[in-house]
Design a protein around this ligand. Structure first.
Ligand code: HEM
Length: 443
C-alpha cells in the first residue's frame, strides 16, 4: 500500500513508498538466481563483503600487493582498483586523464544503463559527473551555499532541530536510531537548505533513495519503476522552480541556482540533475555517518567514554568518525587516453575505481587504522570527501551537522547503546546502516 505525502499545490498526491529496498528484496525473493557471480576473490565490487562487514582484510591484502589491481571478470565488466591513500590522491589530481564525465561512464562502478530499443534515455547530467570546463561553471552555482558565513547562518536552526529530535526520543525503550534520528535529521537539513515544503520533506529521502541506489540501477527489470519515480520528482521540482523563479532572489539553494549567472548556461535537465545531486549527495552520506558514529562508539566503548569526559575532542571525533565510516566507498574515473599508471598499462576507456574505504584504512598513513581513535592526530587526512577539483562541496555542512549532533548528545548527557538488531546496507557504493536498534540512558 503506497503511503501518501501532502500536495505541492493542487490535486496530485505524491507517494513515498515502496522504498527501493522493499522492491529489491521482493525482486530477489522472486528471482533467486538473479544474484551476481563474482569468480575473482579480489573482486571487491561484491556487496556481500560489505553487508557482512568483512571487506577490511581483503583490501589490506590488496594494499600490501601494491597501489593498483586489475579485475578482469566482474558483473560490472573489467576494472582497475586503486587501493592506497597516496595512489587515490594521485589519480584524483589528474582529472583530464581520468575523467568523471557521465558521457564516458560516470562516477560509479556501474555503467549508466543503455536505453532499451525504442525508449528515450533518461539522463540527469550532474556536475559531479562532468569534466572541466562545464564542471567549474556549474559547481560555482551552488558553492556560495556552503561558505563559512552560510554555515554560521544555518547553525542555529540545525541546533534547534537537532535538539528537538533528541528531546523526542524515548528513554529506556529500544528504538531504531536510523529512522528516528539519522533519516529525520538529514531530511530536515535538506528541507532547510532547499526551503522545501516542510510537510513534504520525506519525499526528499524517498527520491534520494531511488536516485542514488546503484544496486537497483543494475537490475534492468526495475529501470522502469525507477524512471517513473524520477519523472514524478522532476515534475515536483518543476513546479517548485516556477514558484521560486517568480519570487526573486532568496538564500535557499534552489533560488540561488535559478538566479546564478551560470544558470543561463544550464539546460533544464542539467538544473534537475544538479538538484538531484545535492539531494542525493547530502542525504545517504550524512545519514550513514550519524548512524556510524553511534555504532562505532558502541564497538569502542573506551572512545565513547573519552567523548563523554572530554567534549573538546568533538571536532576531531567528527573527522575520525567520517574516516572510520567512509560513507561512500568509491568513485569511478575513466581513462581518457592510453597511459601508464604505477607501472601498469591503462587503455583509453578503462574503468578506474578509487576505493576511499581502503585509502582511509591505509596503514602507511593511519596507525592501527581499523580502530576508532577520536584523538588521532591526522584524522583530517581522510579521503572520505574525495580530493582535488571534485572534493565534496557539502563537506562543511556535513561536518557542521555531525558536530552539532555530538554536542547536543553531550549537552543532554545521553549515552546511546546498541541493544538490538544491526542491519547494514548491501551495496558497493554506499556504506551504511538500514537498521540500528538502540536504547538511551544518561552518563
Ligand atoms: C562530492 C562524500 C556530504 C554534495 C562528493 C564526493 C564524495 C563525497 C566522495 C566526490 C569527490 C570526488 O570525486 O573527489 C561526501 C560525504 C559526505 C557528503 C562522505 C558526508 C559525510 C555532502 C552534503 C552535500 C554534498 C551534505 C550537499 C548538501 C556534494 C556535491 C558533490 C559532492 C554537490 C560534487 C562535487 C563536485 O563534483 O565538484 N561528496 N559528501 N555532499 N558532494 Fe558530498
Amino acid at each position: 500500500m503506497a503511503t501518501q505525502a501532502a500536495d505541492l499545490s493542487s490535486g496530485h498526491r505524491w507517494t513515498v513508498s515502496p522504498t527501493p529496498h522493499e522492491v529489491i528484496t521482493d525482486y530477489f525473493t522472486k528471482n533467486p538466481d538473479a544474484r551476481f557471480e563474482h569468480p575473482d576473490p579480489y573482486d571487491v565490487s561484491r556487496s556481500d563483503i560489505y553487508a557482512e562487514h568483512r571487506w577490511q582484510p581483503i583490501f589490506a591484502e590488496l594494499r600490501a600487493k601494491g597501489p593498483l589491481h586489475r579485475v578482469e571478470k566482474s558483473p560490472y565488466g573489467p576494472y582497475w582498483s586503486v587501493v592506497q591513500h597516496k595512489a587515490v590522491q594521485h589519480v584524483e589530481s589528474l582529472p583530464e586523464l581520468f575523467s568523471s564525465s557521465w558521457q564516458h561512464g560516470g562516477i560509479t562502478i556501474l555503467d549508466r544503463p543503455e536505453p532499451e530499443d525504442g525508449q528515450e534515455a533518461f539522463e540527469l547530467p550532474m556536475f559531479i559527473a562532468m569534466d572541466r570546463p562545464q564542471h567549474t561553471g556549474q559547481r560555482r552555482t551552488v558553492a556560495p551555499a556552503f561558505t563559512p558565513t552560510e554555515m554560521k547562518r544555518l547553525e542555529d536552526s540545525i541546533r534547534q532541530r537537532t535538539g528537538e529530535v533528541l528531546e523526542g526520543l524515548p528513554h529506556g525503550t529500544q528504538f531504531d536510531w536510523v529512522q528516528s534520528v539519522s533519516i529525520e535529521l538529514t531530511t530536515q537539513m535538506l528541507a532547510i537548505l532547499f526551503d522545501f515544503p516542510w510537510e513534504d520533506r520525506h519525499l526528499l529521502t524517498f527520491w534520494s533513495d531511488w536516485a542514488g541506489d546503484t544496486e537497483l540501477a543494475g537490475i534492468r527489470d526495475l529501470d522502469g519503476t525507477r524512471r517513473g519515480i524520477l519523472y514524478e520528482m522532476a515534475a515536483y521540482f518543476q513546479q517548485l522552480w516556477q514558484q521560486r523563479a517568480q519570487l526573486g532572489e532568496a538564500p535557499d539553494l534552489i533560488s540561488m541556482m535559478i538566479h546564478s549567472p551560470a544558470m543561463n548556461k544550464m539546460s533544464p535537465q542539467e538544473f534537475m540533475g544538479n538538484l538531484v545531486l545535492l539531494i542525493v549527495g547530502g542525504n545517504d552520506t550524512t545519514r550513514n555517518t550519524m548512524s556510524g558514529i553511534i555504532h562505532a562508539f558502541d564497538r569502542f566503548p573506551d572512545q565513547r567514554k573519552l567523548f563523554e569526559e572530554k567534549p573538546d575532542l568533538i571536532p576531531n571525533a567528527v573527522q575520525e568518525c567520517i574516516r572510520f565510516q567512509t560513507p561512500l566507498k568509491h568513485m569511478r574515473r575513466t581513462a581518457s587516453e592510453d597511459t601508464e599508471l604505477f607501472g601498469k598499462h591503462i587503455k583509453k576507456g578503462d574503468k578506474v575505481i578509487l576505493w576511499y574505504n581502503s585509502a582511509n584504512r591505509d596503514e602507511q598513513v593511519f596507525d592501527d587504522a581499523d580502530r576508532l581513535d577520536i584523538e588521532r592526530e591526522n584524522a583530517r587526512r581522510h579521503l572520505a570527501f574525495g580530493y582535488g577539483i571534485h572534493r565534496c562541496v557539502g563537506a562543511r555542512l556535513a561536518e557542521l551537522q555531525l558536530r552539532i549532533l555530538l554536542e547536543e548528545i553531550h549537552a543532554r548527557r545521553l549515552r546511546v547503546e546498541v541493544t538490538g538488531e544491526v542491519e547494514r546496507v548491501r551495496a558497493n557504493f554506499v556504506e551504511g546502516f538500514r537498521k540500528l536498534e538502540v536504547t538511551l540512558s544518561k552518563f
